[in-house]
Design a protein around this ligand. Structure first.
Ligand code: ZN
Length: 298
């Protein structure tokens, strides 16, 4: 198993290598396609070997953005979770966070569907696909019993997990996220390879942090709505690299996910919302201001 640990715009790329066929889990964000293809072709990657299959843990732009490019480069089938296939029938589905969140993915052909509960033979090992709803209601995680390696996607990171929408957006999301953490706790995984950040072995501590984060955010939907705006705006800045400060209020009013989070929970004028969010993100050292522009902090 080789893990290409990427930044926060692209998910990690996990390459399961085997002489009888290699499998890649998650393909990054489309802006980084050239880098993803270069990593895949490198000696630590496929190094000239064919790719038997590309799999997604879930269908958010930072995990499936390279699907079309990799399928084209390697001619391999693309396999996605069953729960995501339904949403991908409508590429405008808000749950996919594409246009609704001003994120972009080159459409790709879906060759195979992975059903939760099935066992997949990938790179000479058995990987059980387990439903892991919460951050994404159609997400899967993949577990190998023999090595007790868990490929967790955005269901569990070393520090937290992928953003879970507040109750007005989906009342099932937080209960599902908690049930997913309980399911993961029951696996007794030795190593977790997350969708973002380094692989880790202190799974119990990560689960503890994730459970307390769930309780705190579920109890404070207004804080969670503001967190969603901050997470998505930071992601957007990683993509566009800089935006004019004066354009932020309009942007937050124009793009659906910000508009709806604000309308349901914060109810601030766009100018006041922008000021609050930018203030918190710059104080936290996530973003910085350069003259008249807003940028990701180095
Ligand atoms: Zn992700």
């Amino acid at each position: 198993v080789h893990v290409f640990v990427r930044d926060w715009l692209s998910s990690n790329n996990i390459l399961l290598k085997d002489a009888h066929g290699c499998v890649l889990v998650d393909s990054g964000y489309s802006k980084h396609n050239a880098m993803t293809l270069a990593l895949l072709a490198s000696p630590r990657g496929l190094d000239g070997a064919p790719l038997a299959r590309l799999v997604n843990t879930h269908c958010h732009s930072d995990h499936m953005g390279g699907n079309a490019a990799i399928r084209k480069a390697y001619g391999c089938p693309v396999a996605i979770p069953e729960g995501e296939a339904k949403q991908l029938e409508n590429w405008n589905d808000p749950a996919l966070l594409l246009g609704y969140a001003d994120q972009h993915v080159e459409p790709f052909v879906i060759d195979e569907i992975i059903r939760p509960g099935t066992t997949q033979q990938w790179a000479g090992r058995e990987w059980r696909a387990i439903a892991a709803p919460g951050h994404d209601m159609g997400a899967l995680v993949f577990f190998n019993e023999e090595t007790r390696i868990l490929i967790s996607g955005d269901a569990l990171w070393q520090n937290g997990y992928g953003y879970v929408v507040p109750q007005a957006f989906d009342p099932d999301a937080f209960p599902a996220a908690r049930a997913t953490l309980e399911m993961i706790a029951g696996l007794n995984a030795r190593v977790v390879i997350p969708g973002h950040g380094e692989p880790f072995t202190d799974v119990e501590a990560a689960l503890e942090r994730a459970f307390s984060r769930t309780a705190a955010l579920e109890a404070d939907p207004v804080k969670n709505a503001r967190l969603g705006i901050k997470v998505l705006l930071t992601f957007h800045l990683l993509e566009c690299e800089r935006m004019a400060l004066r354009s932020v209020p309009d942007y937050l009013a124009r793009i659906g996910v910000y508009r709806d989070l604000n309308a349901h929970y914060l109810r601030l004028e766009p100018g006041a919302l922008a000021e609050r969010v930018i203030g918190e993100l710059t104080t936290a050292g996530v973003l910085r201001i350069d003259g008249e522009d807003l940028l990701p902090a180095p």
